[in-house]
Ligand binder design. Structure first.
Ligand code: NAI
Length: 356
């Protein structure tokens, strides 16, 4: 009898776990952040994702009103929940506080930044058949923020490239290629000039590639890569890069397929995952109902996909693709006149039709 009761309790626990809502920390952030985060919440509702959003303020606007960069409890909540969706947070240029994005990536050791780039039908792009994955090292390089004034007229910035972090990201890139049926991994560097730092990164790449004989591999110097990307991006597949180069080439790649409004990203660690759009807070259009929420919605699709909701991720991506291909409800950055609200409303209607 006692065993029977134990079994019942165990079954009930499993059922409760299954029906428990997934909790996601949501940081709307600055500028257009609130508008695009609002779009995600509405879309999640019609997708019936059953997500409990744990919303926290962070960023320049919060700093202005509170003197703090983020709301108390945010870090603990990310630690506990492990999954976050983040809007853009603004960072003052050349002065002021350091980037919250960089802080969160380093604090939670989300060492891999995954940025998929591909054509969407209906978007103006110079090339067809672009299908790239930029895998950016997310924890070190010049982003460590080691900068100081050597003397009154000379500033130094220290580029930190470690064997461990290089090994981890390069291995991640090859594993990603294997799991996602990708054929080739290209290492991005400037080891001809930075012989120690980029030299070490390339050296690790050359060692690790030997463990993956089925994946084609090569390396390209960053400046040559930029030229090749704008002349023929289709020759690349997975690009693995140290932090700063990864940042620059992912914006370049976004430009190849229609702009920043369509570029999602995921910051992946062993414990925590933070999903976000590649773009920033777009202060020039903030508060005007003009923002294109596609990038953060695609980042949300990555979140759903990684958390066992592949079917919902597919519906979301397909519906976005259909609306963009149709071209009728394009936001200003796509050359149209739809507002964020109108685009979101149409997306919600179409998803409702798909899911009923
Ligand atoms: P940005 O990405 O905010 O804007 C660049 C251009 O793209 C602007 O003309 C903007 O209107 C447009 N744009 C960006 N996202 C858009 C969207 N969803 N829909 C329509 N148009 C869009 O880059 P910017 O101006 O260099 O940076 C502004 C602020 O954002 C800075 O404080 C920067 O530090 C921060 N930033 C934050 C990031 C993050 O939180 N992950 C990433 C990049 C920048």
């Amino acid at each position: 009898m006692r065993q029977f009761l134990y079994d019942i309790i165990a079954i009930m626990t499993i059922i409760v776990e299954k029906v428990k809502k997934m909790r996601v920390v949501l940081i709307p952030g600055d500028g257009i952040g609130k508008e695009i985060a609002d779009s995600v919440k509405k879309v999640a509702e019609v997708l019936k994702c059953d997500i409990e959003w744990m919303e926290y303020e962070a960023g320049a606007e919060y700093f202005e009103k509170s003197g703090k960069l983020m709301q108390d409890g945010l870090l603990d909540k990310i630690e506990e929940v492990k999954v976050a969706l983040k809007g853009p947070t603004a960072t003052p240029i050349g002065k002021g506080f350091r980037s919250i994005n960089v802080y969160l990536r380093q604090r939670f050791n989300t060492y891999a930044n995954i940025r998929p780039v591909s054509n969407m039908k209906g978007l103006k792009g110079r090339y067809k058949n672009v299908d790239l994955i930029v895998i950016r090292e997310n924890s070190e390089d010049l982003y460590k923020g080691v900068e100081y004034m050597y003397d009154e007229n000379t500033a130094h910035g220290v580029k930190i490239i470690s064997r461990d972090a290089s090994d981890r990201i390069i291995r991640y890139a090859f594993e990603y290629a294997c799991k996602n049926n990708r054929k080739k991994v290209t290492c991005v560097h400037k080891a001809n000039i930075m012989k120690m730092t980029d030299g070490l990164f390339l050296d690790e790449f050359n060692k690790i590639k030997e463990e993956y004989p089925d994946i084609e591999s090569n390396d390209v110097i960053i400046d040559a890569l930029c030229m090749k990307l704008v002349t023929d991006p289709t020759v690349f597949d997975v690009l693995v890069a140290p932090n700063l180069y990864g940042d620059i080439i992912s914006d370049l790649c976004a430009g190849l397929v229609g702009g920043l409004g369509f570029a999602p990203s995921a910051n992946i660690g062993d414990e925590v995952r933070i999903y976000e759009a590649v773009h920033g807070s777009a202060p020039d259009i903030a508060g005007q109902n003009k923002a294109n929420p596609t990038a953060i919605l695609l980042a949300f699709a990555m979140l759903l996909n990684d958390n066992g909701m592949e079917d919902k991720a597919d519906i979301l991506k397909k519906t976005i693709n259909d609306i963009i291909a149709e071209g009728k409800y394009a936001t200003a950055d796509m050359g149209g006149s739809s507002s964020t609200d109108e685009y979101t409303r149409v997306l919600m209607e179409r998803i409702s039709n798909e899911t009923v």
